[in-house]
Design a protein around this ligand. Structure first.
Ligand SMILES: *Cc1c(COP(=O)(O)O)cnc(C)c1O
Length: 230
């Protein structure tokens, strides 16, 4: 199977899973995580209709976003402070913000570029020590500080589930959705509350569980770009 065929297979499976969970397929974005391929691999998915791509390294983000400026580029990786200018210049959405220090630097960088940067707050919903993200109990404090930043707009939450245990993954995803509802309740009515409605959760192995739990963005890498993923 080619990348294009695997992309179309995943998109069809995603549409079917949405229908099974009573969800509108238009409400779940398929983000193709192209971190393991070069621009040629991106082109194959692009030509098959994919318009949203995720990268976890700033250099790759810059290179591919310049090559495919019509696509939407998402930064999903670990943030290093000194790379924030490159990330803000090229990412429509940054999924992996989990410290106020990074949010503040994103805000000042976005201000210089004359943009409002959309971000997600990454939450360590599984509680595993090896996973990054703010703890569920600290998420509200971080959110309240971020909504005060004029050039940052918090669009929702992101998480990575523990691998290899779909029951545990589903539990993490449901807890992220519940946390988001609580956070929305805690915000004053207005713009910040209205724009917070995204849940970035689910990868090649566990996106079905994520869709069932209410994901609005699944981040699929290997199932599209690797020929040994079944
Ligand atoms: C690599 C990566 C993905 C995609 O993972 P696959 O298992 O290849 O689908 C999703 N999210 C993040 C944050 C990643 O780093």
């Amino acid at each position: 199977m080619s990348i294009a065929q695997r992309y179309l297979r995943e998109r069809e499976a995603l549409d079917a899973a949405c229908e099974q969970s009573g969800r509108d397929p238009e409400d779940v974005l398929l983000l193709a995580v192209s971190k393991t391929v070069g621009p040629d691999g991106v082109r194959e998915a692009y030509e098959a209709g994919c318009r949203d791509f995720g990268e976890n390294r700033p250099d790759q983000l810059v290179q591919k976003a310049q090559a495919f400026p019509d696509a939407n580029w998402h930064f999903i990786g670990n943030i290093q402070s000194r790379r924030i200018p490159d990330i803000v210049a090229h990412a429509g959405l940054i999924h992996s913000v989990h410290t106020l220090r990074h949010a503040q630097k994103i805000d000042s960088t976005a201000s210089k570029l004359g943009k409002v940067q959309d971000i997600l707050i990454e939450v360590n919903a599984s509680g595993e020590e090896s996973k990054s993200g703010v703890s569920a109990s600290d998420a509200q404090e971080l959110l309240m500080a971020c909504v005060e930043l004029p050039n940052v707009r918090v669009r929702g939450l992101m998480t990575m589930a523990a691998q290899g245990d779909l029951t545990a993954a589903l539990k993490s995803f449901v807890s992220l959705r519940e946390l988001e509802s609580e956070l929305i309740e805690a915000l004053k009515p207005g713009e910040a509350r209205d724009s917070l409605n995204q849940l970035s959760m689910g990868m090649s192995e566990d996106w079905r569980e994520a869709v069932e739990a209410g994901s609005t963005m699944v981040r699929i890498g290997r199932a599209i770009f690797s020929d040994d993923f079944e």
